[in-house]
Design a binder for this molecule. Structure first.
Ligand code: GCW
Length: 706
């Protein structure tokens, strides 16, 4: 082919794509929920044109520039409006965005009292009259909240809400809304299934990957306000001056979006480096001890914190995994968790920093039931922690299983702010290969009534501080992001990042509503498509439980990898914490007796939850084998035997995945082709995996039951 011919071919191809629009339509997932695809409905477009023609965003700052950019981009994409920026509201159809400080027009509205009640991060969006003209107003106390309001207004358009009579007041229920990245310094990610770490340590600080900004924008669009950038299995080198410079560059990039930077630290950082490579011990200092009561150690941390704040003045604080899975901690020196946490807290306090001290502790040597450990170690310390310390606990007492009963710590530490740690990355739920929408699971935890102060003591009321009047509140999600082009590996895993952010802002939102929003913002605004995809998402979690660990079974995954089934895993001669330890199946029956006749983990819950779980007759079947060891012919509510019921659940799991496939096929031609085939392929894998789970578990348990 000569070059002239090649050029002609190129032109034909270009014209073809221009006509069919397929080049523009193909969606590789990079834009997440912020693609701002044009609304299809011309009537809506008309309304949009009439309402918005200009924006007034007084004053200037990095955050306000982001606000302007976002409104312009959003309205251009969604409504095809070429928005102009004006100094004042001089005609109808203006969007006015400002704080009491930045805008005289906002001050003139007399909303001061309402704004005060909304706190630092809340915002108002209202259809209002300004200077005698019809305007849409976004008002807040802080500039970053204007950004939250802007994203919210764009979300209203994306989800086809009526825009002429808006009256919205919104504020987050929880103060610290963080992602926790389990990213290692070598670029790998512990439990990451979407490529490598986003942070290019070798390029920083000289080179700033544009993706850092896109990441911050995505988080800000959900109202997330902080990120812990490194793994809780922390490498102490993160605190070296060289890395602090790299972190400064990241923090500077995140700042306009209201995202604060936090770090995981290794408790033994003041020690000399460990001699053995890969050791979880050792540090970057030259001290002989990391004892939190040792004056030299305390000074070491003080100095280090001072050094950090000199580089990152709004640094958020430390996340600490201590005396857990080989990580060093205060117990190595005969001290308790609060001694360790408070030492760090006192170093951070002058700068407004916080400590998030994890409660994920267990000890194979001393515990016959791992589920009980955190409660035993932490409840006696309630009231001993400094005021800027959170205790951060996972949703369940074991470890992010497909389903667990709530962690008994929630409600049991009235004097210590508890931060909830959820896992967005699907460590135990099919990695980034299975479509599992996690919002229904998180809602089950948030809505669970602990009865800590009588009925109405849901986990949500613990987390948002209303139950115990906590002075600070927080929620964290272990991130599922990585270097994959679509950020999360599975397109539908993006919905989990989205849902986490939305629930962190407002835990009262329903899982269905969040799914609807996400579908409208990513896949389609066609009502039938939305309904179809929503149903598929809403059923996906229960399906996963069914084909993996129904009826309270847990931790029977492949050792270490946590992906496929391995119910037979028994690490002779030590049986502790293998699959066999958790399910305890033999010819007599199956399940872990955590009732008062067994480990008595049920006693860690408040009455009447305790009694409900303790009694086989009242224990919800979804937790049955978590709390009870029962004979295979135990009669279930359905009238079937336990063994029949187990089989029924595994069958149902597969059936649902098959239905998901059938449902997905009906969307062919109605959604983006690239996403369609990407998900189609993933569902194929999911069905294969579900079948392996089904066959392996039924063969294994059947060898006892039959
Ligand atoms: O879920 C388990 C994981 C570990 C993880 C640990 C933790 C970061 O298997 O990979 O380590 O919990 O939460 O600390």
């Amino acid at each position: 082919m000569n070059s002239r011919h090649a050029f002609q071919v190129l032109c034909v191809v270009a014209v073809f794509f221009a006509l069919t629009g397929s080049a523009a339509r193909a969606n590789d997932g990079y834009g997440l929920w912020l693609n701002y695809d044009r609304l299809a409905d011309p009537a809506r477009l008309q309304t949009g044109r009439e309402i918005f023609s200009a924006a007034v965003v007084p004053s200037d700052s990095a955050t306000l520039r982001v606000v302007r950019e976002e409104i312009k981009r959003g309205l251009d994409g969604l409504l095809g409006i070429d928005l102009s920026f004006a100094e004042t509201v001089a005609h109808n159809g203006v969007i006015l965005v400002g704080t009491l400080r930045t805008s005289a027009a906002i001050r003139s509205l007399g909303w001061d009292t309402e704004l005060k009640e909304l706190g630092r991060e809340g915002f108002l969006i209202r259809s209002s009259q300004v200077n005698g003209h019809r305007a849409t107003v976004i008002a807040a106390n802080e500039e970053v909240s204007l950004l939250y309001g802007t994203f919210h207004l764009l979300r209203l358009i994306q989800t086809k809400r009526t825009l002429d009579k808006i009256d919205i007041a919104s504020r987050p229920h929880v103060q610290y809304r963080l992602l926790n990245h389990w990213d290692n310094m070598d670029g790998s990610i512990e439990r990451g299934y979407a490529g490598r770490s986003l942070w290019q340590w070798d390029e920083l600080p000289a080179k700033i990957d544009p993706r850092y900004q896109h990441y911050a924008r995505a988080n800000a669009s959900l109202g997330l306000n902080g990120t812990v950038v490194n793994n809780v299995n922390a490498n102490p080198i993160i605190l070296q001056p060289e890395y602090l410079e790299k972190l400064r560059a990241l923090a500077d990039t995140f700042r306009p979006y209201g995202i604060k930077l936090f770090l995981s630290i290794r408790f033994s950082s003041p020690l000399r480096p460990a001699r053995q490579a890969g050791s979880r011990r050792g540090g970057i200092g030259d001290l002989e001890t990391a004892d939190p009561l040792d004056p030299e150690v305390r000074q070491w941390w003080k100095d280090k914190v001072k050094e950090i704040y000199a580089v990152i003045p709004d640094f958020g604080g430390f996340l600490v995994k201590a005396n857990s899975e080989g990580m060093p901690g205060p117990q190595d020196y005969g001290r308790h968790h609060a001694d360790g946490a408070n030492m760090l807290a006192s170093a951070l306090k002058p700068y407004g920093g916080i400590v998030m001290w994890r409660a994920f502790v267990y000890d194979a040597k001393t515990d016959s039931d791992r589920a009980k450990r955190a409660y035993k170690e932490f409840v006696p310390l309630d009231g001993v922690f400094a005021s800027n310390v959170f205790v951060q606990a996972k949703n369940g007492p074991i470890d992010f299983q497909p389903r667990e009963p709530v962690h008994p710590l929630f409600g049991a530490m009235p004097k210590t702010p508890l931060m909830l740690e959820l896992q967005i990355t699907q460590e135990y739920l099919g990695h980034s290969k299975h479509l599992v929408y996690l919002a229904p699971m998180w809602k089950e935890y948030l809505d669970f009534d602990t009865h800590a102060k009588g009925s109405g003591s849901s986990v949500a009321t613990v987390i948002d501080g209303s139950l115990h009047d906590y002075a600070m509140t927080g929620i964290a999600g272990v991130a599922n992001t990585g270097s994959d082009r679509n950020w999360c590996g599975h397109f539908f895993a993006q919905a989990n990042w989205y849902a986490f952010g939305r629930l962190a802002w407002d835990h009262q939102l329903s899982a269905e509503t969040i799914a609807d929003e996400w579908i409208c913002m990513t896949l389609s605004r066609d009502e039938q498509v939305v309904r179809t995809v929503n149903a598929m998402m809403m059923g996906s979690w229960e399906a996963c439980i069914n084909y993996m660990t129904p009826l309270g079974l847990h931790h029977i995954m492949q050792a270490g990898f946590h992906y496929g089934p391995q119910p037979s895993y028994a690490n002779a001669p030590r049986q502790d914490w293998t699959s066999v330890y958790y399910h305890r199946a033999d010819k007599h029956g199956v399940g872990f007796d955590r009732s008062s006749t067994g480990s008595n983990a049920t006693s860690q819950y408040f009455s009447p939850v305790r009694e409900r779980f303790d009694n086989v007759a009242t224990c919800p079947e979804k937790y049955l084998l978590w709390f009870h060891h029962l004979p295979w012919d135990h009669k279930m509510a359905s009238g079937r035997t336990l063994w029949q019921e187990i089989q029924r659940h595994y069958d149902a799991g597969i059936e649902t995945v098959k239905q998901m496939q059938t449902t997905w096929e009906t969307l062919k031609g109605r959604i983006d082709p690239e996403i369609f085939s990407h998900v189609q392929g993933k569902l194929e894998t999911q069905l294969q995996d579900a079948t392996i789970w089904h066959d392996t578990c039924l063969a294994y348990f059947g060898s006892f039951a039959n």
